[in-house]
Design a protein around this ligand. Sequence first.
Ligand SMILES: Cc1cc2nc3c(=O)[nH]c(=O)nc-3n(C[C@H](O)[C@H](O)[C@H](O)COP(=O)(O)O)c2cc1C
Length: 161
Amino acid sequence: MKAKVVYFSRTGKNKRVAEAIAQALTDDGNTVELERIETTKPGATLVFGVAMSVLKIPAKLVDPPSVDDGDLLVLVSPVWASSMCPAIRAFLATLPDLQGRTVLNVVCGYNAHESVARSINHEIKRHNAGTIVMESIRLRDVETPENLADYAHRIAKKALG
Ligand SMILES: Cc1cc2nc3c(=O)[nH]c(=O)nc-3n(C[C@H](O)[C@H](O)[C@H](O)COP(=O)(O)O)c2cc1C
């Protein structure tokens, strides 16, 4: 199976989660491509980022990751201000018709935010996803490399069905 793992991360925590999921999928014999969502203003203040999150304003992206093919799309997203962060909102707007593809939607925060994961699901469904596996992670639960690897293998298996 061919999988694409897309993530946004400012300080590296979501990157670590995305890398662990990519590794777990690779360990299971899949072909995996990992790509970070890049915004045009990575140094913008957090206050600005919070305001944009709450007001549902998307960021501007540099070359959004292409997800035109593959069997599985994995999206790893941080929660900002109990909302979808601007980079993820912008990426979701670029999605093509997913033609029934399976999506693993992983949301990471200091706390579990199912409502944010559900909002992302809603957008993914509008782009014709098939099965969506939704996960809401508390970052402190995957702090150690062992916990993270276990978790990543567990959700990779769930997404692979
Ligand atoms: C501007 C901002 C707002 C955030 N708001 C929340 C929040 O409302 N709830 C929460 O659990 N975590 C919140 N977080 C924590 C992020 O979800 C967490 O830092 C992120 O998943 C890790 O980010 P990283 O990949 O850039 O390291 C916030 C972080 C930032 C930077």
